[in-house]
Design a protein. Structure first.
Length: 149
């Protein structure tokens, strides 16, 4: 069982590192102008829609990824066997990071396409929220109620 826990934590750490690599890659691509920059900056209506969508997406994804995870964890995973609980924990953690990643990418594209600082701010909010998803063995054991033998 200890080997499975260590493997699960390693998989979670890899997912978390990959979570940070994609926004860093997109930031680099934007700064080196590898995709169209500022093409929608002149259209006020589209800029408004992008900003509104980014704000709403951030306002939905951040609490959903943080609070819904703990609710599902309590209701569903606590009643499973250890092996199945570890698999579901990884799936839930990846879904949570995926939800934040989607909001980050949308806001990053909003920032580069419209030169709107709102997209940049919302992206930073999502990145900050991801710090509450940092995986560790201690956290996994606490959330799954696994005592170290």
């Amino acid at each position: 069982m200890e080997e499975q826990i260590k493997r699960t934590v390693r998989n979670l750490n890899i997912s978390y590192i990959l979570f940070w690599i994609l926004p860093a890659f997109l930031l680099g691509a934007g700064e080196f102008e590898l995709f169209p920059i500022g093409t929608l900056a002149d259209d006020v209506r589209i800029r408004y829609y992008f900003e509104t969508f980014g704000i709403l997406l951030t306002a939905i994804c951040v609490p959903l990824s943080l609070k819904l995870f703990s609710l599902i964890l309590k209701k569903k995973i606590d009643h499973m066997t250890i092996n199945l609980a570890l698999k579901r924990y990884v799936q839930l953690s990846n879904a949570r990071l995926g939800l934040l990643e989607f909001a980050i990418i949308v806001n990053l594209l909003c920032y580069y396409l419209t030169f709107s600082n709102t997209g940049n701010l919302c992206m930073l909010i999502c990145l900050t929220a991801s710090l509450f998803c940092l995986p560790s063995e201690k956290r996994l054991r606490n959330e799954l109620h696994i005592n170290k033998e």
